[in-house]
Design a protein around this ligand. Structure first.
Ligand code: BGC
Length: 745
């Protein structure tokens, strides 16, 4: 095989040079030196897959073109190809037919599990459990690698502060510190220590940058932000991904300050590849290079290709503009060939690290594919992650339910769904593959379990690319639900968003429970005071009415394949919930974007007169603050102390489990830098520790604050630490804290 021949040549050179990095560079440089312009452009070309690769040459013209281009070495990577059989067939086309036999990358949105869907990323983030999050990504990688995929378009590390934005579900929430830790954990989980291990895959930090700040929370909308927010809020999780060794980056659909990020050399060349030293490659988002025309930034596709390549977008996902124009642009001198060489070298290095030059079929093992699809280990992992992701929002003593409870009603269309709880980005999982809430409850409630669907929430097609039809007027089912509620001791209402109401292209302007669910809840609460609301949703919701009227509320997000089991274990107290909100839940949609680490204004309150920063109709605060989450036990904080050694400060606090159950508590440390050369937020998370505390016991938790956590980025993008006064706040959420202070310098 040609590759083997190449490899032999290069290994020879490599053995003469020293370390593995040098060997890789020598291999890649040698390969590039043999490539034609067409072949270089080909490596920068990423196509959506087609699913009949194993058959004869396809009829459809577009597919036929792709097929022939693969054979000519004009396709560097494909996405959305699903099985070993298909991937192997396509890889074979590339490796055995093209002149240089360069293997392709196979990318896929492996976002929360693959075949066995895990909790949505926002849910995982609510666990604040970095080890579990890393493990979840590792399982997802194992599953994906078993079906031939070697590259995931994850993690999404965009910070999101606007509950209307549908893609909050895919991120780590509103906080940069938490987001930074989670970004690194996910990258490590997907990639492991060795990319060439057939159980690991290349990760992709996306969407570079600021995609989560789409104006008004409307998907694909403009983003506009000052440098302080960009440097301090948006960029750190991306930099953390680079530091964790992420192999690839994806840019986004948005513009920042008038420049589409896909065409922004400052972001991609100066910051990412320059200052941060990122040596992987940048893939565009789907069609985003071509969309620079629609952004009114490029005159036509050819100009878009020129801007994209020169700005450092190394690979074109499905815009077809590199394949159509890049060669000509080089010949005309509009794009230097060295730009292509740099891009191709980055792409080939990732292929090299994945081990594809040694074995293009490394990830194609049909036996493994079969065994992973039913892996008990992965299912157990998904269940563990699901339990850890659940947040107890409110509990006036109804929960946990007693295992001897008999007269328990379950109501809600979502309770019976084996699809909705899988979430949105679960393209590898089959419909109907989740354990529904009803199925999860069955072992506890047995044949006594009484169920009513209640009001219809959605009807019709449930599909990734289709708008879901929500019922806004048909009240059928409410009466039956109310009747059942009336005759029951306890009512579990499972309500919220369908999995396809959050995710890409799924912004919502009204963030209350969709459809007629609140209307039904009102009637149920009128006849039964023991209502437990089990929520499934992919974003913060406006739960003002629910909080005021329902005694127990459990936030379960969309927990994936093992949803029902995890929810039942928490409802019946077998698992003591410990999740904490990674996003503030507002009181009203009019408050968003709402986040805990706001800046103070010149007009704080409250004041006698109206001249302070507030709304006339709702408080400034959220309904449930960032970091909030209850437990079946109680934690008391006491004895905050701060000691100083030079510019290093040690903060310790005692946390006592004063309840009757053992549990995990996420102890959170916030600081406020009281004055600085760039204004600082009223509080910022700077540390957290998830600790297990037995009932009746006390643990002392310690945090260190030093120059790595006390500084910030100035408007030139330089990280600086300034002397001054700091406040320290430690607690189980961002509001109820023990407070202290110290002075640096
Ligand atoms: C999304 C990306 C995703 C890509 C490939 C785009 O629409 O924005 O996040 O990775 O599609 O599926």
């Amino acid at each position: 095989m040609k590759i083997k021949y190449l490899l032999a040549t290069v290994l020879l050179i490599g053995s003469l040079i020293g370390n593995s990095q040098d060997k890789r560079s020598a291999f890649v440089d040698n390969l590039i030196s043999q490539m034609t312009l067409e072949e270089k452009v080909g490596q920068m070309n990423l196509y959506n897959g087609f699913f009949d690769a194993t058959g004869p040459v396809p009829d459809n013209q577009d597919t036929k073109n792709k097929y022939n281009q693969i054979k000519n070495g004009e396709v560097g990577a494909m996405l959305n190809v699903k099985t070993v059989k298909e991937i192997k067939a396509l890889q074979q086309l590339a490796v055995e037919n093209s002149r240089l036999g360069i293997p392709m990358l196979f990318g896929f949105d492996v976002i929360h599990g693959h075949k066995i869907s895990g909790p949505i990323p926002l849910a995982e983030s609510a666990s604040w459990d970095l080890e579990a999050i890393e493990k979840a990504a590792a399982y997802a990688a194992m599953e994906a690698a078993a079906v031939g995929i070697n590259w995931t378009f994850a993690p999404m590390v965009d910070i999101g502060r606007d509950a209307r934005w549908g893609r909050n579900m895919e991120g780590a929430g509103e906080d940069t510190y938490l987001g930074t830790k989670i970004a690194a954990a996910r990258v490590k989980g997907f990639q492991g220590d060795d990319l060439s291990d057939p159980n690991t895959i290349a990760a992709c930090a996306k969407h570079f940058a600021a995609y989560g700040f789409a104006e008004a929370g409307r998907e694909y909308n403009t983003t506009d932000m000052g440098l302080s927010t960009l440097y301090n809020v948006i960029l750190p999780p991306f930099q953390a991904a680079v530091d964790a060794g992420v192999a690839t980056f994806m840019n986004g659909f948005n513009e920042i300050n008038g420049i589409p990020v896909t065409g922004d050399p400052w972001l991609q060349r100066d910051i990412l590849k320059g200052q941060w030293g990122f040596d992987g490659f940048v893939v565009s988002d789907w069609g985003s290079i071509g969309e620079m025309v629609a952004h009114s930034y490029a005159k036509d596709n050819k100009t878009a290709a020129k801007i994209g390549a020169n700005a450092g977008s190394d690979m074109d996902m499905e815009a077809y503009v590199y394949i159509n124009h890049l060669k000509e642009l080089v010949e005309e001198g509009e794009v230097k060939e060295s730009v292509l060489d740099d891009a191709v070298s980055r792409i080939l290095k990732v292929k090299y690290d994945l081990g594809l030059f040694d074995d293009p079929y490394l990830y194609c093992d049909e036996e493994k594919e079969k065994s992973m699809a039913v892996s008990q280990e992965v299912k157990d992992g998904a269940l563990d992650m699901a339990k850890k992701s659940i947040v107890l929002l409110k509990n006036d003593g109804v929960l946990p339910l007693s295992k001897t409870s008999k007269n328990v009603a379950v109501i809600g269309q979502i309770a019976a769904s084996k699809t909705s709880v899988l979430g949105s980005w679960r393209l590898g999982a089959d419909d109907n593959s989740a354990v529904s809430v009803l199925e999860g409850l069955k072992p506890y409630l047995g044949d006594n379990m009484k169920y009513e669907r209640g009001v219809e929430v959605w009807s019709g097609t449930e599909a990734f690319a289709q708008e879901l039809k929500i019922n806004e007027d048909n009240t059928d089912g409410i009466d039956e639900a109310v009747k059942l509620a009336k005759s029951s001791d306890v009512v579990i209402v499972v309500a919220g968003e369908h999995g396809y109401q959050s995710g890409e292209g799924r912004s919502r302007a009204d963030i209350r429970l969709p459809g007629l669910q609140r209307k039904m809840l009102k009637k149920i609460c009128a006849v039964n005071s023991n209502v437990v609301l089990v929520l499934t949703n992919g974003r913060p919701l406006d739960l003002s009415w629910e909080d005021a009227n329902i005694p127990a509320i459990l936030e379960t997000w969309q927990l994936g394949a093992m949803s029902g089991h995890a929810i039942a274990e928490v409802l019946f107290g077998e698992h003591n919930p410990s999740g904490k909100l990674p996003m503030t839940f507002p009181r009203e949609v009019g408050q968003v974007p709402l986040y805990y680490n706001q800046k103070s204004t010149g007009r704080g309150g409250a004041k006698d007169m109206v001249f302070w920063s507030h709304y006339s109709d709702v408080p400034n605060t959220g309904l449930y603050p960032f970091g909030h989450g209850l437990s079946y036990t109680k934690y008391d904080y006491s004895g905050l102390s701060i000691t100083q050694q030079g510019n290093t400060f040690t903060v310790s606090v005692n946390v006592t489990n004063s309840g009757k159950r053992d549990g995990h508590e996420v102890v959170q440390l916030y600081i406020r830098d009281k004055y600085a050369s760039v204004t600082r937020p009223i509080k910022e998370l700077k540390g957290f520790e998830k600790v297990f505390i037995k009932a009746g016991e006390t643990q002392t938790v310690q945090f260190t604050l030093d120059d790595t956590t006390l500084g910030f980025y100035n408007n030139q993008g330089t990280y600086i630490v300034e002397d001054g006064d700091f406040e320290v706040m430690v607690g189980g959420d961002s509001v109820n804290t023990q407070n202290g202070a110290f002075t640096r310098g």
